[in-house]
Design a protein around this ligand. Structure first.
Ligand code: HCA
Ligand code: CU
Length: 370
């Protein structure tokens, strides 16, 4: 779990998001921002998708980024030749669903898939770059066929195998079990790719790591096909909670807000109110104590205590009073809090209302002391 790598797919999976259209300049800006954040890999759209996609891929390879540049292709020699010619550091090869679906997979298909996969893998490796082999819709494929294909590509020296939950149907326990079994079968790295249709994309990524996966696919804000994949920020939130040293030393977490703003603006969406870390209320406390599993400071964010409400507590009022340079005894903070709550029970109150009550209460006790 602790030494995982990120394959950032905003410029591949993310380009499949409904609103996404990235021109060359925007792709370069996003690639630089991802690199600056510290992602390990940046995955780009198949250069065979369009002439501009190919040119953009070449342009990003020439930027000299620290992150390794990957492109994503179908399991064909034609795609592979075009991909390696762009100057990428590695190729993510994917085999389509249909041939792996239970109904269709009988011996002959599997042998054909293995033969094609091995040809493509050997070719990419002969060019001295990385190669990953994944199967689309892995969780609905026949397990025996799946493992037989993965072990065949592992034997010829693939760098990574990829498991993809293309339709977002997998549950964390299923993920754990499949990756656990796969971990025992292959010796290469294991990459995973989770769609979020059923709300499990982050949990599934975490379970995959627990079971022995080494690489996680993400995109900024999770953008991708349909409602997208594991979001980069959400994965950081999950990982910083359990592995703070590794995550904080490796990624520039305080860049997450700028990165998300950049992508949100490019695809014309708002950051969701409840977004991990950057949602407007992600560190706003209204009732109860100010405990958090994540320290906002790690991400360049600040905690906010929403103290002007009927749910407020005297700790919140004390910290607000102190911001106003007002010092009282605990008993007095508590009394003052009762007054604020009484007004907030009658109508919604603003910060100003609460501040006025605090100030009036304070004046009152001071004049009493005189
Ligand atoms: C696609 C499908 C894919 C591939 C993932 C992978 C998926 O758009 O080509 O290469 O591992 O979700 O299966 O994104
Ligand atoms: Cu996908």
């Amino acid at each position: 779990v602790s030494r995982f790598k990120i394959i950032e797919s905003t410029l591949r999976e993310g380009e499949q998001f409904a609103n996404a259209f990235f021109d060359t300049e925007k792709k370069i800006e996003i690639a630089r921002a991802l690199d600056n954040f510290g992602v390990d890999y940046i995955e780009l759209t198949n250069p065979c998708a369009s002439e501009q996609s190919r040119l953009d891929c070449e342009a990003i390879c020439k930027l000299g980024l620290k992150a390794k540049i990957l492109t994503h292709i179908r399991c064909h020699m034609d795609d592979a030749r075009i991909a390696v010619a762009t100057g990428v550091d590695g190729v993510d090869v994917m085999i389509g669903t249909s041939s792996l679906m239970r109904q269709h997979s009988h011996g002959k298909d599997i042998e054909y898939i293995k033969k094609t996969a091995i040809e493509v893998i050997n070719f990419v490796k002969s060019q001295g770059i990385e190669v990953r082999f994944s199967t689309e819709d892995s969780f609905r494929s026949d397990l025996v066929d799946l493992l037989s294909i993965y072990s065949a590509v592992d034997e010829v020296g693939v760098d990574r195998v990829g498991v993809a939950d293309t339709i977002g149907c997998a549950s964390p326990r299923q993920v754990y079990e499949l990756i656990r079994v796969l971990r025992g079968v292959v010796s290469c790295d294991i990459e995973t790719h989770f769609h979020d249709d059923a709300g499990c994309a982050i949990a599934n990524a975490y379970c995959a790591l627990e079971a022995g996966a080494t690489h996680i696919d993400t995109s900024v804000l999770g953008i991708g096909e349909r409602n997208g994949i594991t979001p980069l920020g959400g994965l950081m939130a999950r990982m910083v909670a359990t592995h703070p040293e590794y995550v904080k030393s490796k990624y520039r977490l305080n860049k997450i807000k700028d990165l998300e703003d950049l992508v949100a603006e490019a695809v014309e969406i708002n950051i969701p109110f409840n977004n991990y870390i950057t949602g407007f209320c992600a560190f706003t406390h209204k009732a109860g104590t100010t405990y958090e599993i994540i320290n906002p400071v790690d991400f360049g964010m600040t905690r906010y205590v929403h103290f002007a409400s009927r749910l407020t507590g005297w700790n919140a009022i004390r910290s607000r009073a102190q911001q106003l340079n007002i010092k009282m005894t605990d008993k007095q903070y508590k009394e003052c809090t009762v007054k604020i709550k009484a007004l907030a029970d009658i109508r919604p109150i603003a910060i100003d209302d609460a501040d006025s009550i605090i100030r009036a209460y304070y004046r009152n006790i001071q004049s009493g002391e005189d």
